[in-house]
Design a protein around this ligand. Sequence first.
Ligand SMILES: Cc1ncc(COP(=O)(O)O)c(C=O)c1O
Length: 276
Amino acid sequence: MVEELVWVNGRLVGAADATVSVFDHGLTVGDGVFETLKAVDRQPFASRRHLERLRRSADGLGMRLPYTEHELRVAMAQVLASHDTGLARVRLTVTGGAAPLGSERGEANATVVVAAGPLQAATPSTAVTVVPWPRNERGAMVGIKTTSYAENVLALAHAKARGCTEAIFATTTGLLCEGTGSNVFVGVGGRLLTPPLSSGCLAGVTRELVLEATDAIEEDIPMEVLLGADEVFLTSTGRDVQPVHQVDDRSLPTQGPITETAIRAFLQLAATTPDP
Ligand SMILES: Cc1ncc(COP(=O)(O)O)c(C=O)c1O
């Protein structure tokens, strides 16, 4: 077994030596953006879309990404080469770099870390709960995959305490938004719906692929529609398309026909497109 390596600002180091400054703005105020990719046998999935979103997120925070897409691809390949084959997650993190101890960013270059770790295959279906805190669909962080995820940490702990693997957020106006790390699709009256980006949800890569591979429609979804839906599924890098068999106290079919079609379409796209 080779030593697992981490790429830190252009240098490959052993995991134990992979460090950043305690003054890094990512650590002190959560000033950073990230991507998580799935890798199968060391091949990152949908890498173009993830790298594009990373750049959009960095732009959204006014942060200069000091490496090219090619350099980041090489970094991912080098890190993955030091990991086992099979299912893995690759994480790219870009933070504000060393800065004074306040909200203002310093003059330093961004810190960029590429690391990998194991990824558990998702369970065949899951339970979710709606959390009592809204997502602010008009907030400054909308659309940015920021490392400021403490809200998600709290919401996920709330869900886990109720036997669920995902917490679902409504918007401030009572529309369906997203999960802590997933997008939500609902099947109602034979139609497949997902909230539009104006709900404040992240432009999930898996969401995008499902929208392209199916007849799904982006539409505002009042929370009552989620609570009465015929079918519900989640999409994310780690879950792919994962049926939901329970929303709060309500049970749903483990895998209804609309979900079945979406799973098939997603798997077909993933199997036939080299870097979808
Ligand atoms: C807040 C949020 N929404 C949705 C998603 C799903 O996005 P993707 O399909 O790109 O993994 C994520 C991914 O982690 C996320 O953090």
